[in-house]
Design a protein around this ligand. Structure first.
Ligand code: ATP
Length: 279
């Protein structure tokens, strides 16, 4: 597996922090894959995202993007930021202009993209998120799910190679969550974008991720495929993680019935299996 990002022993303490937010963190982000970043509140996930964007710099350790050390200069870091998009947990923190159209065009205009191209790219990005009709609606009149879609459009319009998603499904209802996940799947499959998602939802991590990273107290304690990670019992509890419900339900089905069938990755998949096998 090729790594698009590799961090080696990075540590960081906030100026006002009493202990390190990141403590000798060593992790890699595989290129073109979907990585879930897991860990209890305060374990360092958001801080890690800010480090990846170059908005915070490690006190020690090294970070590489496509095999090259992160640049030291502002200009170099801006170049990294053009290739990495971040969608904040709270869209209110991200959306700064009056309408979706204005907000999504902001980054392109800053990058000096010509107006006709801005128009086309913004329309395309809003259309992909089903936000065409709301393009000129005041942001404050949008629902939370719509605001999240605008934030995602704003990140995607820059055509990043890596998309960082901080709790993208937090506060969303099931239907809006499903629509957002379908859109992420489309972006991943069609555009080959590497994705990293911080989430507290273990069902989602198990269903969505190819690769999982677990952080505890700013340190990586486990990095593996979801099926191996979620097979661990006690350690999961120590790290503040739960087992995905689908694994417990699947385990409750008599072994002779499930023998030879791959373990379902989601409750929807399990539901389909039950429908086929219990008729
Ligand atoms: N601006 C700040 N100043 C001082 N300490 C901070 C600051 N931001 C975060 N921290 C501390 O750094 C540590 C890591 O926080 P971080 O927000 O990265 O965790 P997280 O895993 O993203 O948490 P959550 O799951 O709640 O979003 C915590 O101890 C937190 O209190």
């Amino acid at each position: 597996m090729n790594d698009i990002i590799a961090c080696e022993g990075i540590s960081y303490t906030y100026p006002a922090g009493r202990k390190p937010a990141l403590d000798r963190l060593t992790v890699r982000i595989p290129q073109g894959k979907k990585t879930a970043l897991l860990g209890r509140n305060g374990s360092g996930k958001s801080t890690f995202f800010l480090q990846l964007l170059g908005l915070l710099r490690p006190d020690r350790g090294t970070m590489r993007f496509r095999g090259q050390l992160y640049p030291e200069t502002r200009r170099g870091l801006r170049g990294i930021r053009e290739q990495i998009g971040l969608v904040f947990q709270d869209p209110e923190q991200q959306l700064i202009l009056n309408t979706p159209y204005e907000d999504v065009s902001y980054g392109l205009r800053n990058a000096g993209v010509p107006e006709p191209e801005i128009r086309d790219r913004v329309r395309e990005a809003l259309h992909a998120m089903g936000m065409t009709e709301a393009a000129d609606t005041p942001i404050h009149a949008l629902s939370l799910g719509q605001k999240k879609r605008v934030a995602l459009s704003g990140a995607m319009v820059m055509r990043p190679s890596v998309l960082l998603l901080d709790e993208p499904t937090a506060y969303l209802d099931r239907a809006t969550e499903r629509a957002l996940l379908d859109e992420l799947a489309r972006i991943h499959d069609e555009e080959g974008v590497t994705m990293v998602m911080a989430t507290h939802d273990m069902n989602l991590a198990y269903e969505w991720a190819d690769h999982c990273i677990v952080v505890q107290d700013g340190h990586c304690v486990m990095e593996d495929a979801p099926e191996r990670l979620f097979d661990l019992g006690e350690s999961l509890r120590d790290w503040g993680l739960s087992r995905p419900a689908v694994l417990d339900l699947w385990g409750a089905i008599p072994p002779r019935m499930r023998l030879g069938h791959p373990t379902p990755r989601s409750l929807t998949e399990l539901e389909g299996w039950l429908r086929d096998h219990l008729e």
